[in-house]
Design a protein around this ligand. Structure first.
Ligand code: PLP
Length: 418
């Protein structure tokens, strides 16, 4: 991990009277725990016991299983959709949506440079060409101007990702998609419960893809779901995840990439846990949003610190992860990696950017192709300026948010000790 040269050279008089915990000073936060994640209570225990005793453990064959059906309905409705199709994880949700949209070899799929690998990986897995575009400097989400420039007659899908508790310009993306007859898939792996001008994430584009992996806002350890208002896409998604079986009466034999060899079914254990998680979801969302907005307000008051911007049109949101930028010049030129180490020593769980930008790391594998569009100045700068904080921290109290702000201000003020 690159560290500032001062790390080894701090003058001895500074170290004798060190303020920063990393130099032996008193930490801002001592002996206090952060909320544990995942959260569970008697509801999950009861749900698991019920499934166990029912002996209906696996995914439904030909139709979603009983817990899955209940969860699909409830989760889809909570996200403004008529249909929900449970799958094994968020990557499978993206894969399923792309296949349902008929995306395959020769097609181009536009994705942002800052996201988890799965966004691009799912497109590679269907044999498509991944077109990576830079992100917006304020939101770190897909830059719509870059998306527009990247559109060709081969562009079949855009995957819009909700990242860092914020969103790309969904109005502009939807308009672009409709004008060019492109499928808009929302990667909501980090966007449960978000609303754009009051419209739930997952219902804005053609399909929404959610993850229930361990660290997500709702979790069953692993899991995923596709949400949609399209009867045709819903039927195709079901068939893709259940070995080509037809659910209900809709059977579109015209699907160009008809898939009848995947089993991507979720177990009833997962669905039952998720039903319980859904019960406390709104309260958790409210708390995270409140804490995140409060922390952003506090951090904005600190010189050289800028929280990632949340668009005013994103009316409901929560941070996954929370992200703020540091101007290292205001931290005596100390590298962001060292700032993060100092914050951790003060008791703040944080790290540098959660993933290297896609254009630097995504491997094409056996079939797909990757197109790197010009340069990625914003995504690459994020490596040098972004500090992130995990979502479960925002289930803590307002006082805890004050301690985060206090720690950041302390590290800035005593940056010469680093
Ligand atoms: C933006 C994004 N997309 C997709 C995924 C894939 O989800 P999963 O890990 O459930 O396969 C993740 C998960 O980390 C993610 O963060």
């Amino acid at each position: 991990m690159p560290i500032n040269a001062n790390h080894f050279n701090a003058p001895p008089n500074i170290l004798l009277m060190a303020s920063l915990a990393i130099r032996g000073g008193e930490p801002v936060r001592k002996g206090k725990k952060w909320p544990e994640w995942p959260a569970y209570d008697k509801r999950e225990l009861k749900a698991l016991e019920e499934v166990l005793k029912s002996r209906y453990w696996g995914g439904g064959v030909g139709e979603s299983g009983p817990w899955e059906q209940r969860f699909e309905k409830a989760f889809a409705a909570r996200h403004g959709c008529k249909y929900g199709i449970c799958v094994v994880n968020g990557t499978a949700a993206l894969l399923t949506a792309l296949l349902a949209a008929g995306v395959g070899p020769g097609d181009e799929v536009v994705v942002p440079a800052l996201t988890f690998h799965a966004t691009g990986g799912a497109a590679l897995a269907v044999g498509a060409t991944v077109v990576i575009v830079d992100v917006d400097a304020e939101t770190y989400c897909m830059d719509v101007n870059e998306v527009e420039k990247s559109i060709t007659e081969r562009t079949k899908a855009i995957i819009a990702v909700y990242n860092y508790g914020t969103a790309p310009d969904m109005d502009a993306l939807l308009k672009l998609a409709r004008e060019h007859n492109i499928v808009l898939i929302e990667d909501c792996a980090r966007g449960h419960g978000f609303e754009w001008r009051g419209k739930p994430a997952g219902s804005i584009g053609d399909m929404g893809c959610f993850s229930f992996q361990q660290g997500k806002f709702m979790t069953a350890g692993e899991g995923g779901i596709v949400t949609t208002n399209s009867k045709v896409y819903a039927a195709r998604c079901y068939s893709v995840k259940d070995c080509g079986r037809v659910r209900g009466e809709v059977y579109d034999v015209g699907v160009p990439y008809w898939i009848n060899w995947f089993n991507l079914r979720m177990t009833q254990f997962q669905a039952a846990i998720l039903l319980a998680q859904l019960e406390r979801f709104d309260e958790q969302l409210r708390r995270r949003q409140e804490n995140c907005e409060y922390l952003s307000k506090r951090l904005s008051e600190i010189d050289g610190v800028t929280p990632v911007k949340v668009d005013q049109r994103l009316t409901r949101h929560q941070p996954w992860p929370y992200c703020f930028k540091v101007e290292v010049g205001c931290f005596k030129g100390v590298a962001v990696e060292r700032i993060v180490e100092a914050l951790r020593a003060e008791g703040i769980p944080c790290s540098t950017l959660d993933h290297q930008p896609l254009h630097m790391t995504l491997a094409p594998g056996l079939f797909g192709r990757i197109v790197k569009k010009t340069k990625y100045p914003v995504a690459e700068k994020a490596l040098e300026e972004a500090v992130i904080i995990p979502q479960w921290v925002f289930l803590a109290s307002k006082d805890d948010m004050d301690e985060i702000a206090e720690a950041v201000e302390k590290v800035r003020k005593h940056a010469e000790e680093l």
